[in-house]
Design a protein around this ligand. Structure first.
Ligand code: GLN
Length: 185
């Protein structure tokens, strides 16, 4: 499976390492034409304002909007996909929503269908304030969604690439595999 990792800024190396560990073939994406032939795409954490600026500069904004395969977005990657930015995801998000004192923290999360909690690393994380009807919540923190799925989009407000737990990436690769079987190119 060839999985693109948007590499204009942020934690793309950590995502690539995790994908490689799971047997996928990560490809760093900096140009629109590099999206061709990919089975899926990861938009990592970083700084969403920088992401948007660089994506526009490289012509990636339109290209990502047109990309039809599964996408994993983490932290800033989620923000990039939301209604206010690329408009691919029916969620409203507040950026840097946890205040100064607790800007970064870790928490155990209940993951749907799993007994073992998932360790969430939150770094100046966004808060999901509203989700559309098609959005499925896979994990919550204090009653608020932190891992969500809407069709081919899997998004997290935390950083699954910064722990040893590979389950979020496995979920994503499962959806990539399913999409390839259905052949929805
Ligand atoms: N605070 C960042 C933003 O608003 C997101 C933080 C992150 O990706 N770790 O884009």
């Amino acid at each position: 499976m060839k999985i693109g990792v948007l590499a204009v800024q942020g934690n793309f190396r950590e995502h690539a390492a995790m994908l490689r560990r799971l047997g996928a073939d990560p490809v760093e994406v900096r140009k629109p034409e590099q999206l061709q032939g990919l089975d899926g795409l990861v938009i990592p954490g970083g700084e969403s304002t920088t992401f948007m600026r660089l994506m526009r500069l490289y012509g990636l904004e339109e290209a990502v909007r047109r990309f039809e395969r599964p996408i994993l977005g983490t932290c800033a990657g989620l923000i990039v996909l939301d209604r206010e930015h690329l408009g691919l995801l029916d969620v409203d998000v507040e950026r840097n929503a946890y205040g100064r004192q607790v800007a970064s923290f870790e928490a155990d999360l209940d993951l749907v269908g799993e007994d073992e909690p998932l360790r969430g690393v939150f770094i100046r994380a966004p808060r999901v304030e509203r989700v559309g009807g098609d959005v499925e919540v896979l994990a919550e923190l204090d009653g608020e969604p932190v891992l969500l799925r809407q069709g081919r989009f899997l998004v997290a407000t935390f950083h699954p690439e910064l722990t040893d737990d590979t389950r979020v990436h496995e979920l994503f690769l499962d959806s990539v595999r399913e999409a390839s079987l259905v052949g929805t190119q």
